[in-house]
Ligand binder design. Structure first.
Ligand code: HEM
Length: 362
């Protein structure tokens, strides 16, 4: 279990930071000790559990384990009725189909940068355009001067938008997971042109049945079957959340082991996502493996059991709609196709995944 109190925390963080938690931390210990092993992380004795049956036991055993680390008022800390009540509030906007149908125009409108274009902004853009073709004379009131001023205004608006978005990101962690899932989907599409062609065809077919400017509907998103397979395969290989901790609130007996009250339990996606028994040739990118249903508690990017992600449906919609708009309107190329993924604590492409993007000529 390593040094007193610190235990194996340093090894854990080192492996996590370089996104090699499975290869460098979990897998060597599974080989040495078996699929359930104990360690000492961040000051707590911790049991790391792996495999579908173990996942099922620990993810559904609400009464003996409590979720940790997110602050007392967070949904993650609530139990029983309070938990269900909070979930209900999130799920009413996030899970129900009626809620989603109503949200489709909003998601479609804010799909790219999420910038709401106010009417006065169009006026500012027009002033800039007028200046582009005017003689460069900087006297008050000239078209060129007005354009220069308008350009500065645009810069201010964009700085505010970026600041707001950064603020939102800081406060609203769930969206980091969605954007990482999107980023990994585009990365895998860039690596696999055949998959991209199939996906593009799916979206071209949907678009061909729409009038110009018509919003997507829930029915359209149901037709994005291959796209969802691509997304699932991308987040199987690059899960936005690698797993999470629980705390035993009483002694737990499992397969002859006793996990004492107060110990932590860590479940991870890796031990099943990267396991040949469940995903043959597991490092290969193969969206077709999701044509068949996957055994429960094997594919866990959204967790499982009563604490499965409450934003699952919303995240799915956001991802599908975003992919639709990008592939139907833009061509793009990655500046660094194989940039490493770092974790701090959520995964992120280390260069920020810069891309060159061009509007398609429709
Ligand atoms: C691709 C995007 C997302 C991924 C991969 C993801 C993943 C997860 C995972 C793995 C859990 C379970 C954590 C655990 O068992 O300890 C979780 C829980 C949760 N997620 Fe997400 N999430 C995503 C998007 C979202 C969004 C958009 C929202 C907001 C609407 C959201 C809200 C929540 C909430 C409230 C919980 C706690 C549920 C509970 O304790 O009952 N998630 N998510």
């Amino acid at each position: 279990m390593g040094l007193p109190w610190i235990g194996e925390t340093m090894e854990f963080y080192k492996a996590q930071r370089t996104n090699k938690l499975f290869e460098e931390f979990v897998q060597p210990r599974i080989h040495k000790y078996g699929k359930i092993f104990k360690t000492w992380l961040m000051g707590s004795p911790t049991v790391v559990v792996n495999g579908p049956d173990t996942n099922r036991f620990f993810l559904s055993n609400e009464f003996k384990l409590s979720v940790q680390l997110m602050g007392n008022d967070s949904i993650m800390e609530k139990q029983g009725e309070q938990h269900w009540c909070l979930r209900g509030i999130i799920a009413s906007s996030s899970f129900s189909c009626a809620g989603h149908e109503g949200m489709m125009p909003k998601i479609c409108d804010s799909c790219l940068l999420g910038i709401n274009v106010e009417p006065q902004m169009l006026g500012i853009f027009e002033r800039v355009l007028e200046g582009v073709f005017a003689p460069p004379i900087r006297v008050p009131g000239s078209k060129f001067s007005r354009a220069k001023k308008a350009r500065e205004e645009i810069e201010r608006v964009l700085i505010d938008v970026v600041r707001e978005k950064k603020e939102e990101e800081r406060e609203n962690k769930p969206h980091d997971t969605t954007s990482f899932a999107i980023a990994m989907t585009f990365r895998m599409l860039a690596h696999h042109p055949n998959c991209f062609s199939l996906l593009l065809q799916e979206h071209a077919d949907i678009l061909s049945n729409k009038r110009a400017g018509e919003y997507l509907t829930m029915e359209d998103t149901k037709k994005m079957k291959y796209t969802w397979q691509v997304v699932r395969e991308s987040i199987r290989l690059f899960p936005p959340i690698f797993g999470s901790f629980r705390k035993a609130i009483s002694d737990i007996e499992y397969e002859g082991f006793i996990i004492p009250k107060g110990w932590k339990v860590l479940w991870t996606t890796y031990a099943t996502h990267y396991n040949e028994d469940y995903f043959p040739d597991h490092m290969a990118f193969d969206p077709s493996r999701f044509e068949e249903p996957i055994q429960p508690y094997v594919f866990l990017p959204f967790g499982g059991g009563p604490r499965m992600c409450a934003g699952y449906q919303l995240a799915k919609l956001n991802i599908l709609i975003f992919v639709h708009f990008v592939v139907t309107h833009y061509n793009w190329s990655h500046q660094y196709l194989d940039e490493p993924i770092t974790m701090d604590p959520l995964p992120f492409p280390s260069h920020g995944m810069p891309i060159n993007i061009y509007r398609k000529k429709l």
